[in-house]
Ligand binder design. Structure first.
Ligand SMILES: [Mg+2]
Length: 371
């Protein structure tokens, strides 16, 4: 029986190599919340999440003060019971934000620990749909100082040259006319057969503003419009979904099954980008994915390809992993001891037990201390 013996946590701040912008914010470093759960059998599971550009200390405090006392000495197989206990404990601290991200990291670590205890890779432990590889789209297209539409198009054609059939670019920061030029330049460069996803990162406040862009974008056949509005503004997502023939995708900052239920019921999105390191871990992600399947929706989880590759591989209505080919934006990669490889636009799944990778303790030691 894998009894939880120790829980350690830390929150490294990892600087970005280049200051990078989205539609409405600029990032110079990222804080990640990490946990390690070790069982009395000597097996260790890892979990992690993103906590923004200043949330690291809040994360470790929540792990240590709120959740760790509930888990020490418990049987790690009882993932549902532990999820329920942590969620109950979070009642007054918040079922969103860093509290839910800490719950997610611990839940992920327990699934990882249990799969490693059995000696099987996570996608097989979860009941695989795909055994060896999963489709991925190349994510990038950020705003950098001095980056021209041609530079953006070159970035996208470089992903296509690596074998990706789908690419994602940021949008919504500039005027409708300027953004049309960026999209047109990319479409002309990659040709008609490559899917182009567009991520607005909550750029718009209402459908009147959104449609000034959307009317121009539709001519270039985008695959989806991502996060057009703030995540809470489900009604505007639903309005925009009725106004455009391009599918709406959202959910990367969606917490828990009830938020996603409301999003589904109102028709706010046809693609859910629910992030297991945000929504409540692997336990909650699978619940949401199965409800999405009942509603005829697909799952395209948000970043953390190392975590989401095995989840996409185990869920029939999950179709793509969002893949970052370098560590310019998803610099979490710098904290890991091995990277996923890809071939012809498909991620090659790790075949080692659990998640199949660990933290790079030497890199980590320069940035944070386990406590
Ligand atoms: Mg996004």
């Amino acid at each position: 029986m894998p009894t939880i013996a120790t829980i350690e946590t830390c929150a490294p701040a990892v600087p970005l190599d280049k200051i990078t912008s989205f539609s409405n914010r600029t990032v110079s470093e990222r804080h990640y919340g990490l946990v390690k759960i070790r069982s009395t059998d000597g097996v260790e599971g890892i979990g992690f999440c993103y906590v923004g550009t200043s949330g690291g200390a809040i994360f470790t405090k929540i792990v240590k003060d709120l959740f760790k006392p509930l888990l020490l000495g418990a049987d790690s197989y009882a993932t549902e019971a532990h999820w329920a206990a942590m969620y109950q404990e979070a009642l007054l601290q918040g079922r969103a934000g860093t509290a839910m991200r800490a719950l997610s990291a611990l839940d992920i670590a327990m699934w990882d620990l249990n799969a490693r205890t059995h000696g099987v890779p996570l996608h097989k432990y979860l009941g695989a749909m795909d055994l060896n590889e999963v489709p991925a789209y190349a994510s990038g297209g950020y705003y950098l100082d001095g980056k021209s539409p041609n530079d953006l198009a070159k970035e996208m054609t470089d992903y296509v040259a690596l074998g990706f059939k789908a690419v994602k670019m940021k949008s919504g920061r500039l005027s409708p006319a300027e953004e049309e030029i960026r999209l047109r330049t990319v479409r002309e460069a990659v040709g008609p057969d490559i899917d182009i996803m567009m991520d607005m990162n909550n750029a718009w406040s209402d459908t009147t503003q959104a449609m000034r862009y959307v009317r121009r974008f539709e001519a270039y056949d985008p695959y989806f419009f991502e996060e057009p509005f703030l995540p809470d503004d489900i009604d505007n997502h639903a309005r925009l979904a009725k106004l455009t023939r391009v599918p709406i995708a959202t959910g990367e900052i969606g917490y828990g099954r009830w938020y996603h239920k409301a999003l589904m019921e109102k028709g706010g999105a046809s693609i859910l980008q629910t992030d297991a390191a945000v929504c409540g871990g692997i336990t909650e992600w699978r619940r949401i994915a199965q409800t999405a399947a009942s509603n005829g929706l697909v799952m395209l989880p948000h970043w953390f390809h190392d975590l989401h590759a095995p989840l996409v591989a185990s869920m029939p209505n999950a179709h793509f992993v969002e893949f970052f080919a370098n560590d310019q934006v998803l610099n979490f990669r710098k904290l890991l001891d091995r990277q996923l490889s890809f071939k012809n636009g498909k991620i090659q799944l790790h075949q080692e037990p659990g998640l199949g990778f660990g933290f790079d303790e030497a890199s980590l030691a320069k940035l944070a201390r386990w406590e």
